[in-house]
Structure formats: C-alpha cells, structure tokens
Design a protein around this ligand. Sequence first.
Ligand SMILES: [Zn+2]
Length: 376
Amino acid sequence: MLFKDIIGQQGVKERLIRSIREGRISHAQLFLGPAGSGSLALALAYAQYISCKNKEEHDSCGHCSSCIKYNKLIHPDLHFVYPVALSKAVRVSTDVAADWREAFLGNPYITLFNWFEHLDAENKQAVIGVDESAEILRKLSLTTYESEFKIMIIWQADKMNLQAANKLLKILEEPPDKTLFLLVCESEDQLLRTILSRTQLIKIPKIQDAELIKALTERNGLSPQEAESTAHLADGSYAEALMLINENENAAQNLLSFQKLMRASLKFDPKTVMSWIDEMSAMGRERQKNFIKYGLHIMRESLMLNYADQSLVKLGGIEEEFVTKFSPFIHANNAERFIDELNKAYQHMERNANPKILFMDLAIKFNELLNLPKPI
Ligand SMILES: [Zn+2]
C-alpha cells in the first residue's frame, strides 16, 4: 500500500513519514479513525514505508523486494490479526488468511461488514478470540527474516475479547525487541483503558468532501454531480461511497432483470424465460436474494401508486417511468399473491433452493398472476 493511493489524509501521512525519518517509531500505536477513513490502509502504508529498502521522500518505492511482498501482503515480517467468525475450523486469523488477502487487496477501505460478507458470515459475531494471543506470541517468536522490524497490524482491535485483550496487554507491557504493534479501530470506547494508555494515538479524521469527490470521479468514473451527491451521503467514508455506488449499480441491474421477467412472463415466451433464468442463475446467491427483495420493492411502489397517496411514491428516473407503466398490472386480484410468491421465493433462496427451479416456478406463477382479470 502506497501513501499516494490513500485518499486525502495529507496531514496524517506527513506526520507518519516525519516520525520514521526522525527515527521516532513508537512500538505500539493506535490508528483511530471512523470506518471508511482509510485507517487500515494508512497503517499498512506506514508499515510498508518502514520496511521499504529504497524509501523515497514521500512514499515507499513500490518495487524493492520488500514492497513487492507488501503489495501482495506476503511479507514474512508483516502479520495481521482481525476478527473472525469463530467455529471448529476457524480459531485465529491465520485460518482465513487467504480470504483476508483477497478481501483487502480487493478493497483496502474494507469495513467489518464487507469482511464478514466476504466470509459469508454476515449473521455471525466478529471476535478476536483468546487463541489469537498465543498465535501472536508464536508469530513474534519467529525470526525476523528480511526487515528491521516485525510488524503486527491488529485490525478492529476493539473486537478482542477480554482474555485476548489482557494477554495482549502483557505483551505490550514487555514488548519483544524490534516489534511494532499497529492497532487499528473505529472507536476507543470498547478498548481496555490499560491498552489505550500503552499506545501512541494517531487520530485519523473523516475524508474531506473535496478529496472524496476527486477520488470518486478519478477512480470510480462518476460524473462531478454524481460524485458530489455520493460524497455528501457518504459523509467522509470512502467505504460508504463504494457501497452506495454498488447499490445504484445493483438497482439498475435489478430493474432490467425485473422488466425482462415481466415481459417474458406476461405471454410466457419460453425462449426469453429460459434466457432470463440463465442470467439469474449465473449470479451469486446474495445477488439473487437482492433481486427478489427488489421485486418486492417494485410491487409495493406499484400498490402505493395505485391505491395510496401518490406523494408517498419516492422514485425517480427510469424506475419511476417503469413503475408508472407497470402498476396497472397490479390490482386487488393479484397483488397479495405476487407479494406472497416473492416472499416464499426469498425464504426458499435462504434455504439454498436450486435457483433454476425457483426462477422457473416464479415465471410460471407470474404468468398466471399477470393474466388475472382486474376486479370490475
Ligand atoms: Zn520499496
């Protein structure tokens, strides 16, 4: 991770670089910043700069033997600890190290939510368990291979359970030589006071709006207007901005899929139905569930448009255009069953139903429901 790839945070970057140049490297530091501010990325860029064999004035070189390993998160003197969903097979961070590398390299602004989504463990508890402290000691007992320092980055340090935190405290009280602990977290409230008092605090602010807008236009190809409204909603969090972009893309894709399903079901054209089912089956399960939820949203908005105060319909753009044309097909004789079928489909999807069978079933039911006569 290079400093230049981190959005904004110029003040923090300069402070970190200066401390290294002046040889003031504290053995335990706490990178404290809100989600999406880049605190983890900054801790990693800091570690990489310390280890870089060819430091430039304002950044790591990016291509020495140390940087190359850092770029892939495989440097033997770089260690990570992060929360996991504890199970028989997963006790410590190392057990899901490959997932971690993939998730972080895919998004250095990763949030705890993103991480657990990546692990397919959204509903599980995120913990740094007691076994982790023994693992930390084991890693620290390894010889330093290639760098002056062994560096241990503990992400979401406040997710340590009490036993793990107490053991870490003992290590921080008598730190092994040439070892750096970089704790990263969003809030200090849950962190042991005694740990706090043993770390040097690096406060990381939210990303400034202007910096965020610049990143969204340059990195994500948003128009200046889109970037501005997204940055406004994201409130200084690049992670939040990425989620918003993703939601918008999903909504546009969902609308297209929904239109296709309705057109294919109305007259039940087998060729179009089959091609729609193939497209849907190729998606991941979360996206399929997301589509069904979207279908429910369109049904609700259509009912609202038909029967309730139209000012309650809060749509815009192509979605509003579609719902205006589609809503006459939803009426008292079929509305309840549409919603019921979508809810059932969602439950079946959660129980790992076969998507091809499920979507075929949905198309057949929708063919029947769309062709029910309106009440007179
Ligand atoms: Zn380098």
